[in-house]
Design a protein around this ligand. Structure first.
Ligand code: NAP
Length: 357
């Protein structure tokens, strides 16, 4: 089977490097174009990227030359699908230009997440929202599908089975977010060592608006938000990778911690049915130890090997007596794998698995 040819925008950054790492030896995809800013264009990837992952840079990509982030350059390399890890300021125009030139764009950026014809997708949670692509194809030859903010993904993943089984009225979340979530040059070491920063610009608003779209429905050509009350407080902590979140919620129907643990452990969806290469066997892993999940120990959870870092890990599921039908738990999700590149690769696998590309 011929592999689908891939371009990566923002390939030298925190998320871009994850793509390069995860797409080595991919059974369905082959990277043919690596792009970054003007300052990197023309350089070999090994010289342009300040590689920070513990696995060696794949040799075949190390020798590739960085191309411009314009449709002509990406198409000239033969790419059909483009993964976008651009800064949000440049993403809006560039992603649209790519889709208008017939490319299939899967974006980690916030630029088009809330557009009325763009799916905001976590394949296990709302794969049926892919139907929104139809409206885009009437306007342009390509299309855009987006993945959510890295903080929203683990939260939406764990809320989905609870919403289905017991209904959701209210969700409160307090986050402890990793440094890689701010990009390679995001937080100076002098600001974060021996410290935490109790503010991440626009993050709390994104968590609320994205969750409502993801947990809502797509009917008669329109997205309809879920009716859940959501409050978030977001914080940057001195952890390299892996966002931890303390979640407090009220269900419609009364439930118990054991029932919540069971519905999370049993949760499985379209990527698992389609046996997509990067789909974790269990999207949610529930741990019973009182002191888990922890970023260092649990962020690379997920089987098989290709799905390492794709599972959301949950622990400390208990009753919350300060809320009606209250439940609380702690979750951990790898922000640059499941929260960005891994989720986008799973979206592209879903598009192929469903015959859309
Ligand atoms: P980053 O580490 O700062 O990397 C940015 C990348 O974009 C680099 O490859 C950079 O190339 C390139 N770039 C910068 N300006 C450009 C321009 N004008 N034209 C073309 N390319 C340009 O950022 P990141 O953390 O990987 O985040 C990338 C995107 O993913 C952001 O929109 C972010 O919000 C989103 N996201 C991040 C995470 C996360 O956990 N980090 C999770 C979900 C979503 P040079 O090396 O040449 O400068």
């Amino acid at each position: 089977m011929a592999k689908i040819k891939i371009g990566i925008l923002g390939s030298t950054g925190s998320v871009g490097q994850r793509y390069v790492n995860m797409l080595r030896d991919h059974p369905w995809f082959e990277v043919v174009a690596l792009s970054a800013s003007e300052a990197s264009v023309g350089k070999k990837y090994r010289d342009a990227a300040k590689w920070v992952l513990d696995k060696e840079m794949p040799e075949e990509m190390a020798e590739m030359r960085i191309v411009k982030a314009i449709p002509h350059a990406i198409k000239a390399a033969g790419a059909e699908v483009v993964f976008s890890a651009l800064p949000s300021e440049v993403a809006r125009r560039t992603e649209l230009e790519m889709a208008e030139e017939g490319l299939f764009v899967v974006a980690d950026t916030s630029a088009h997440r809330m557009d009325p014809d763009v799916p905001l997708l976590i394949p296990e949670v709302n794969f049926e929202h892919l139907a929104a692509i139809e409206a885009q194809r009437k306007k342009r030859s390509g299309f855009i599908v987006t993945g959510p903010n890295c903080t929203t993904i683990g939260l939406a993943m764990t809320l989905k089975p609870i919403q289905t089984e017991f209904g959701l009225r209210r969700v409160l979340v307090s986050t402890m977010q990793a440094l890689s979530g701010a990009g390679f040059f995001g937080v100076p070491s002098m600001a974060i060592l021996d410290n935490l920063i109790p503010y991440i610009k626009n993050e709390e608003e994104k968590v609320a608006s994205e969750l409502l779209k993801i947990l809502g429905s797509f009917r008669d050509g329109c997205f309809e938000n879920a009716s859940i009350k959501i409050g978030a407080s977001c914080h940057r902590v001195c952890v390299l990778d892996g966002h931890t979140e303390a979640v407090f919620l009220e269900t419609e129907k009364a439930t118990s911690p054991d029932e919540v643990a069971k519905c999370m452990s049993d949760f499985s969806s379209e990527p698992q049915r389609l046996r997509l290469p990067s789909a974790p066997d269990h999207p949610i892993i529930v741990r019973n130890e009182p002191d888990r999940p922890q970023p260092r120990l649990d962020r690379l959870s997920g089987t098989p090997e290709r799905a390492k870092g794709m599972a959301t890990v949950v622990g400390r599921i208990r009753k919350e007596s300060a809320l009606d039908n209250g439940i609380k738990y702690v979750l951990l999700s790898h922000n640059t794998i499941r929260g960005a590149a891994g989720n986008a690769i799973l979206i592209a696998e879903c598009l192929k698995g469903k015959g859309i590309i």
